[in-house]
Write a protein of this length. Structure first.
Length: 209
């Protein structure tokens, strides 16, 4: 029987950054396009999610080494320090979490996310105050789909894998493959789609309405 609901954050609760958000920080569209193509595939983004570099350190490294073709590197710094403030949240999915909590389920977070981003959202929204626990990659130095981060969640909060369901939008399916192998239930949900979250819960005999 499912007792624990584990939420990913990116594109489940919090919108991931995209080109439209990047454009808000650059005057020249070509600069926004160049930076967008570079930053999310860069090693820096991985290091940020692992807590190995902070946002300002990354901005400084890009500026000092001229790693991307932009007109004004101050815009790079502004993006790195503030991009998460432009990301929308999925209030419908947060409401689902609230209803699950009211029905007696335990709510957990398991996310690849930087410290600055997590701290911004966790201080701003009630959803984060009601969770029973959170494992965030930047604080642990490991990230999904590494099996160690799932094992850490189970060990830290004394959870049985078969009593857990993971809600995650990973389109590579690697995260869900590892979770399922460990014994955690769940399938990929569509990005930012609260209706698909409800459908996944129904598939596991969890009704919230």
């Amino acid at each position: 029987m499912i007792k624990n609901i584990i939420f990913d954050l990116g594109n489940v609760i919090v919108q991931n950054p995209n080109i439209e958000i990047v454009k808000e920080f650059f005057k020249e569209e070509k600069d926004a396009i160049n930076f967008n193509e570079y930053i999310f595939k860069s090693e820096f983004w991985k290091l940020m999610d692992l807590g190995k570099m902070n946002n300002l350190e990354i901005a400084n490294a890009i500026k000092e080494e001229k790693l991307v073709d932009v007109t004004n590197y101050d815009e790079v710094e502004n993006f790195m320090l503030n991009w998460f403030t432009k990301c929308n949240v999925n209030f419908e999915t947060m409401e689902i979490g609230k209803r699950l909590k009211q029905k007696g389920y335990n709510i957990y977070i398991l996310s690849n996310m930087s410290k600055a981003t997590f701290e911004y959202f966790s201080k701003k929204y009630e959803f984060f105050t009601m969770v029973d626990g959170a494992i965030v990659s930047a604080y642990e130095g490991i990230k999904k789909p590494d099996s160690k981060i799932f094992e850490l969640l189970l060990e830290r909060y004394s959870l049985n894998a078969e009593e857990c369901i993971l809600i995650d939008d990973d389109d590579t399916n690697k995260t869900l493959e590892v979770a399922n192998f460990i014994g955690i239930n769940g399938r990929r949900v569509n990005s930012n789609d609260s209706d698909d979250v409800i459908e996944l819960l129904k598939e596991n005999n969890i009704e919230i309405r």
